[in-house]
Design a protein around this ligand. Structure first.
Ligand code: NAD
Length: 510
């Protein structure tokens, strides 16, 4: 069937998406959407009022009973159709991501592919949601467990993965029989509106997937409305903490994923060329705007000089510019991000770190007034400097020098964040010790960005995640369903006449 619904980013109107239709904003409040590679304003996004937010939640609530009661076979067919459509049109979505986020097209395509893996995982919902049954747990008594959907599930997303982060959650939420209100980041709203149209084309009933555009007012409405049963949030740590505290206080199930400071440890026995390549990929991919980006490289022992030299040579050769051109690194998402990252580079220099590559200067392959900072490398960074203590969220890699493996682990475990970390070594015994000792949620061994596959769960420790359940995988299935245990007695017809007798004691199994 030819697509009648989908359009390119410039022709998707910036609206809300409610009960299967685009709805204009009425609050009178807007925020500007820009193309970060050129600085051009590309649209005005409506920011919902509390009343508009309540109407979107109401639409999701109204769609819940019918979707909950539709068979697993029907739900799975819609999931498969969504998967096929996404597969056929992934490049459209990647172009939209690049035009609002700025990341290069190949990186945007990679993000779509990782999101699609969660859709594929959710296609197996019939198996994932299966309960269990025990016959004759007590005489004539059977026990079974089932998992049921929650109701309206809110998803509040950050700017840095406009498609993948929402897809960590909504495929499983929808497959399990819930309805969804997605609030995308104000900076990158079009991917969500594009995916909403894709769902409609896949045959998802109206109201099961809704998009609410807005800022704190919309978020607060989602956190406090009693018809919202769960909140899946991804963003910076202060907001994640606020979301967790506010939404749990109103009785909701919450998973709030926060910021990060990810360390890559390089031991003296590591392959230094591999380590240097991977430090570049993980430090400067997506201009460092990944929650799994490596921002602190911990060089152990005598290899530090050689490693810094190799990273510096590779970093200097990177092409930075408009993500639609043949570049390896795109711009930062906004002028504010550019100014923030620039301030951190100034601060690192002032604090006495050695500035090996300075991204404030450089040639950028783009037209207009884009938000560019080139690859930046600091050496001799100490743990008290703000370039180490803070999440910069830009292409700034800090090298910290330590003498021993133990000092490297101590550094990581003292850090308040615990999202991802990596160790580069050829010693399996040390690698195994590291995975056991380090207080971080996702570990890479000679792998710098250890993002788990869809059938495992994604999530950090400490200030990188508030809540008990990580995203997708089996933990995601559990988050979007709740358990029920049914105890059943059916008596053999031949024994019915005897009755069960009166016994006011606490039931015991016989
Ligand atoms: P952000 O915290 O500014 O925004 C995230 C969401 O919260 C957006 O939808 C935004 O509209 C909303 N929001 C912003 N301010 C708010 C407020 N005062 N009250 C209520 N809601 C508010 O984050 P961002 O800049 O969009 O994304 C970058 C951050 O996200 C980084 O810290 C990054 O590490 C983190 N992140 C974490 C993960 C992870 O898996 N842990 C993944 C991706 C991004």
């Amino acid at each position: 069937m030819a697509s009648v619904l989908l359009q390119n980013s410039s022709s998707i109107p910036l609206t809300h998406w409610v009960a299967g239709a685009a709805i204009e904003g009425t609050s009178g409040r807007v925020s500007q959407v820009t193309n970060p590679a050129t600085g051009e304003v590309t649209g005005q996004l409506p920011l919902a009022s509390a009343e508009e937010s309540a109407r979107v939640i109401e639409a999701a609530k109204a769609a819940f009973p019918a979707w909950r009661d539709s068979s697993l076979a029907k739900r799975t067919r819609v999931l498969f159709r969504f998967r096929e459509l996404l597969d056929a049109r992934a490049s459209e979505l990647a172009e939209i991501i690049t035009s609002e986020h700025g990341k290069v097209l190949s990186d945007a395509a990679g993000e779509v592919a990782r999101g699609q893996e969660v859709v594929e995982f959710a296609c197996g919902i019939a198996h994932l949601i299966k309960g269990s049954m025990t016959e004759n747990a007590s005489t004539n008594v059977d026990v079974s467990s089932i998992r049921q959907p929650l109701g309206v599930c809110a998803i509040i997303a950050p700017f840095n993965f406009p498609a993948m982060v929402p897809m960590w959650f909504f495929p499983l939420a929808i497959a399990a029989g819930n309805t969804v209100v997605l609030k995308p980041s104000e900076r990158v709203p079009t991917a969500a509106l594009w995916m909403a149209r894709l769902w409609k084309e896949a045959g998802l009933p109206d109201g099961v997937f809704n998009v609410l555009n807005g800022d704190k007012i919309a978020v607060d409405a989602l956190l406090t409305n009693p018809d919202v049963k769960s909140v899946s949030f991804v963003g910076s740590t202060p907001i994640a903490r606020y979301v967790y505290e506010t939404a749990t206080a109103s009785g909701k199930r919450v998973q709030a994923l926060g910021g990060a400071k990810n360390h890559m440890v390089v031991l003296p026995d590591a392959d230094l060329d591999l380590a240097a390549d991977q430090a570049i990929n993980a430090g400067f991919g997506s201009a460092g705007e990944r929650c799994m980006a490596i921002s602190a490289l911990v060089a152990v022992g005598s290899i530090a000089d050689a490693l810094v030299e190799k990273i510096s040579a590779r970093g200097a050769a990177l092409r930075t510019g408009d993500g639609r051109r043949r570049c390896q690194m795109g711009p930062l998402v906004s002028k504010a991000a550019l100014e923030r990252v620039t301030r951190y580079i100034d601060a690192g220099e002032a604090a006495g770190a050695t500035l090996v590559l300075d991204g404030r200067k450089g040639e950028f392959d783009a037209d207009g007034d884009g938000f560019f900072v080139g690859p930046t490398l600091f050496d001799n960074v100490s743990p008290d400097m703000s370039i180490y203590t803070d999440e910069i969220f830009g292409p700034v890699l800090s090298v910290l020098r330590v003498d021993t493996y133990e000092q490297a682990v101590e550094l990581i475990n003292s850090n308040p964040y615990g999202n991802g970390t990596a160790i580069f070594t050829n010693d399996g015994g040390v690698a195994r010790k590291f995975q056991n000792e380090v207080e971080v949620g996702m570990i890479g061994i000679n792998v710098p960005v250890p993002v788990p596959m869809a059938y495992y769960s994604f999530g950090g420790w400490k200030n990188s995640l508030f809540g008990d359940t990580h995203a997708h995988g089996v933990e995601g299935v559990h988050f979007f369903t709740r358990g029920k245990v049914v105890t059943t007695r059916w008596v053999d017809p031949a024994e019915r006449a005897e009755g069960s007798g009166i016994n006011l004691g606490f039931p015991q199994n016989t």
